[in-house]
Design a protein around this ligand. Structure first.
Ligand SMILES: [Mn+2]
Length: 381
C-alpha cells in the first residue's frame, strides 16, 4: 500500500512540477500500474544491454556491462563496475562500485533490504541475470514492469527531444549530401563508409545501426546489410541510416537513381512519396496509428504496386531504433503529443528493386514536426 501511495504522490508531482519533468524515475513511476517499491534494471554483456538502464540513469557515456540500476520514486542508484565508474559519477547519478560479482550480489542484497516487491524489465533482462537478481532478492516478489517502462519511454521528455533532434539534424545533413558522396562504381560498403564518416564528422557518437546501403535488386529487401555490389547505371540506390547522439538516434531513408530513371521506377517513387506525405498529413495527437497506416497503405494498394508495401508505416524512435510505439495496421495505438515515430512506407519488387522514404516526426497537438527535413525529390547519383 505504501508504494501505491508514493506512486500517487509522484503522479501529482509529475503533473505539477513542470521544472523537473525529465526526471526519469518520476516518469517511470508516474506510468506505473504495477505495485512495486523499486525497479531493478541489469545489463548483460554487449549487445544484451538494457536500454532502460540508460533511460533511467541518463548516463550518456560508457558500456556498463553487468551493471545494475535501482530505481525508486525518489532516486536512481547505480551499481557500477570499475570500468565505467568515472562515467557514472560524472553524470551525477548515485554510484556504488563493485569489485567482483559476489560483491555486486551483496551490494544489491543490501540495497533491496526491506522491499516487498520489485519490478524487472523482462523484455530486456537476460534469464541468467534474472536468476542473479532473484538470488539477491530473497523473499521479495519480482514483477514484470516492462509494459510500464515502455509507456513511460513512449512519451519523450524535453531533454530527450533535444538529443533526438540533434541525431536527426546530423542525418538530415548527410542525406542531402549523398549524391556528392557516392558515385557509380562504388560498392555498398564504400557508400556506407562515406555516410558513417560524415555522421561522425558532424558529431555523432556513431551510426545508430548498421548503415543499410542497397543497390539494384537488393533495395527490395527492407532489412538489408551492405555488401560488395557496385552501383551501376539505371539502378536504385537506397540508403537507410541514422546517427546516434548521446544514446539517442535518428532513422532516415532516401532512395536515389543512378543516372536516368525509367517510367516504372518513377512511378514507384511517386507512389511511395504520395503515401508518405499523406501519412504525415494524417498525423496529429489523438489519431490512431492504425488509421495513419491505412492512409499510406491504401494509396499504395490503389496503385499497380498493390500488396508490395510489406511492413508497417512506422515505429517509435528514441534510445533505440525500434523504440516503443508504432504506426501499424497490427497495433491499436493512439498517437500522443511528445511521441517520436518514423513514417516510412515502401514498395518492394523482388528481382527489380525497392523504394522507401523515411522521416522522423515529433507528434504535436495539431500535427507533427518533421525532424528530418531533407529533400524528397527523386534525385540521381
Ligand atoms: Mn525505420
Amino acid at each position: 500500500m505504501e508504494s501505491r501511495l508514493i506512486n500517487l504522490l509522484y503522479r501529482d508531482a509529475y503533473y505539477s512540477a513542470s521544472d523537473d519533468l525529465s526526471t526519469k524515475e518520476k516518469c517511470i513511476f508516474a506510468s506505473m500500474k504495477t505495485e512495486v517499491d523499486a525497479v531493478v534494471l541489469m545489463n548483460g554483456t554487449d549487445p544484451n544491454l538494457d536500454t532502460s538502464f540508460f533511460y533511467a540513469t541518463g548516463i550518456p557515456n560508457g558500456l556498463f556491462e553487468g551493471c545494475i540500476a535501482i530505481v525508486t520514486p525518489k532516486k536512481t542508484e547505480v551499481i557500477s563496475s570499475e570500468l565505467e565508474e568515472l562515467s557514472a559519477v560524472t553524470s551525477g547519478v548515485r554510484t556504488a562500485v563493485f569489485e567482483s560479482t559476489e560483491h555486486r550480489t551483496k551490494l544489491l542484497e543490501r540495497k533491496l533490504r526491506g522491499y516487498r516487491a520489485i519490478g524487472i524489465n523482462a523484455r530486456e533482462l537476460t534469464h541468467a541475470n534474472y536468476l542473479k537478481i532473484k538470488k539477491a532478492a530473497k523473499g521479495i516478489k519480482l514483477l514484470d514492469v516492462s509494459q510500464d517502462i515502455e509507456n513511460a519511454r513512449m512519451l519523450k521528455q524535453p531533454d530527450e527531444i533535444v538529443r533526438i533532434k540533434k541525431a536527426c539534424k546530423i542525418a538530415t545533413l548527410v542525406a542531402d549530401k549523398i549524391p556528392e558522396m557516392v558515385s557509380e562504381g562504388d560498392t555498398e560498403t564504400e557508400g556506407a563508409a562515406e555516410l558513417n564518416h560524415m555522421m561522425m564528422r558532424l558529431g555523432a557518437t556513431g551510426p545508430a545501426f548498421v548503415t543499410a546501403v542497397a543497390f539494384g535488386a537488393s533495395s527490395a529487401e527492407p532489412h538489408y546489410y551492405p555488401g560488395q555490389k557496385k552501383l551501376r547505371k539505371g539502378q536504385f540506390a537506397l540508403f537507410d541510416f541514422g546517427a546516434e547522439y548521446k544514446r539517442y538516434v535518428s532513422d532516415v531513408t532516401r532512395t536515389f537513381i543512378c543516372g536516368e530513371s525509367n517510367p516504372r521506377q518513377r512511378e514507384m517513387y511517386e507512389t511511395v512519396l504520395e503515401a508518405q506525405m499523406a501519412a504525415i498529413d494524417a498525423i496529429h495527437a489523438g489519431v490512431s496509428g492504425k488509421e495513419v497506416d491505412l492512409v499510406a497503405r491504401s494509396i499504395i494498394d490503389r496503385s499497380k504496386f498493390r500488396g508490395r508495401f510489406i511492413h508497417s508505416t512506422g515505429h517509435g524512435l528514441g534510445m533505440s531504433v525500434h523504440d516503443p510505439g508504432a504506426i501499424s495496421y497490427a497495433r491499436d495505438m493512439v498517437l500522443k503529443e511528445g511521441m517520436v515515430l518514423t513514417v516510412e512506407p515502401g514498395v518492394y519488387i523482388k528481382g527489380f528493386g525497392g523504394v522507401r522514404i523515411e522521416d522522423d516526426v515529433l507528434i504535436t497537438k495539431k500535427g507533427c514536426q518533421i525532424l528530418t527535413p531533407c529533400t524528397k525529390e527523386f534525385r540521381s547519383i
